[in-house]
Design a protein around this ligand. Structure first.
Ligand code: ZN
Length: 370
């Protein structure tokens, strides 16, 4: 019998790389405490690059052609939103501060891991039972706020809490790890932006496996501390002083309920990476990316940002004497909740778009407005 012809394209992401993605997401990497995740990432990317650098706060970069004076960056951020232990009550409950824009509305009833001095400690976000909330028909339902949310780790005194290794300043992350849903969707906490770290590493893997020679130095940057103000990227932009920067991060799928397309634009999971127009995004560079997408038949979705992109693009664009930068985002549902959801096809197409864009660039690429 003749072998059936398959029209399915070979996927870029291999079983091996998917196994890395799972491990990378299931490992917590809270803002300010990213080194564990960075070590995993460096181990994964090392075979695909010539060398690597790290900086004092934990940002890392894999480098190809380190001696080249013309430098191109592809970048993602390594950190994830989390909670800080801020106050421990005499009866052993734990109040928190936000570390990044973690969502208080989804916290009640969630399981967390508190990263204490003696290792991980399990705890839960306690919340009054529906029975006790509804007991008095006159009383209003409480809504979760940072000052009424608390963690219960089972300890019944401050002393018992501290005996587990939990301390003021310990961070807590949700337990929710990587899962696959039907129809090509993945979910997990911290897809923002571990998916970015994964995709830039995959670009490096493709360059290596396809034996591509670049006429410039490529810096594959995984920067810390994005969620609290794009700080790691700032440091790395100053350190590397790149000539061009291509940033990847997540952006909102705006097709789910209660999101206003009039304000947020029209972007959907499964329809390709999103390119943003905005002052920090270099017009000639975005033209190159868009033309590359058209040539390679990669679907893209356009959107605009007001003032700043709110991503590491801003840090690279405005660093040093100005660095032409562009943002290639992957659409994602339910950002900053523990069930961040995205589509396989978008992962493939975002990797492909970054890869093909890199192959079109050279030190002679003219990005001058004049
Ligand atoms: Zn984020």
């Amino acid at each position: 019998m003749a072998k059936a012809k398959t029209s399915r394209k070979k996927s870029i992401v291999t079983d091996e790389s998917l196994a890395f993605l799972k491990k990378y997401i299931n490992n917590a990497s809270p803002t300010g405490f990213e080194s564990g995740g960075q070590k995993l990432w460096l181990n994964y990317i090392k075979p695909f690059v010539d060398t690597h650098i790290t900086d004092p706060y934990g940002s890392a970069a894999g480098i190809i052609n380190a001696d080249s004076p013309f430098k191109v960056v592809i970048e993602a951020h390594a950190d994830e939103i989390s909670w800080f232990v801020n106050y421990i009550t005499p009866d052993g409950l734990i109040y928190l501060k936000r570390n990044g824009g973690v969502d208080h509305q989804v916290a009640p009833g969630k399981r967390v891991i508190i990263h204490g001095r003696k290792g991980p400690v399990k705890a839960v976000f306690g919340w009054p039972a529906i029975h006790t909330r509804m007991g008095n028909p006159e009383s209003k339902e409480p809504s979760p706020r940072v000052d009424n949310l608390f963690l219960d780790c089972g300890a019944r005194s401050k002393k018992e809490v501290e005996a587990t290794g939990i301390h003021i300043g310990a961070v807590a992350t949700y337990e929710d790890g990587f899962e696959e849903l039907s129809y090509g969707y993945y979910i997990g906490r911290a897809m923002d932006n571990r998916i970015g770290g994964f995709m830039i590493a995959e670009v490096a893997r493709l360059l290596k496996e396809n034996k591509k020679k670049l006429p410039y130095g490529l810096y594959v940057v995984n920067a810390v501390q994005e969620e609290i103000g794009l700080r790691g990227a700032e440091m790395m932009a100053r350190r590397i002083k790149p000539n061009i920067a291509i940033i990847t991060d997540v952006t909102h799928d705006t097709t789910t309920p209660m999101v206003n397309k009039i304000i947020e634009g029209d972007v959907a999971c499964g329809k390709g990476p999103s390119l943003a127009y905005g002052p920090a995004v270099h017009n000639k560079l975005i033209d190159i990316v868009e033309a590359t997408a058209a040539k390679q038949k990669i679907p893209v979705q356009m959107r605009t940002v007001s003032r700043s992109t709110g991503t590491d693009t801003d840090s690279f664009a405005y660093a040093n004497d100005g660095c032409p930068s562009v943002l290639i985002s992957i659409p994602l549902r339910y950002m900053h909740t523990p069930v961040e959801m995205l589509h396989k096809d978008d992962i493939e197409n975002t990797i492909k778009l970054m890869y093909e864009t890199l192959l079109t660039l050279s030190p002679k690429t003219n990005l001058s407005y004049f």
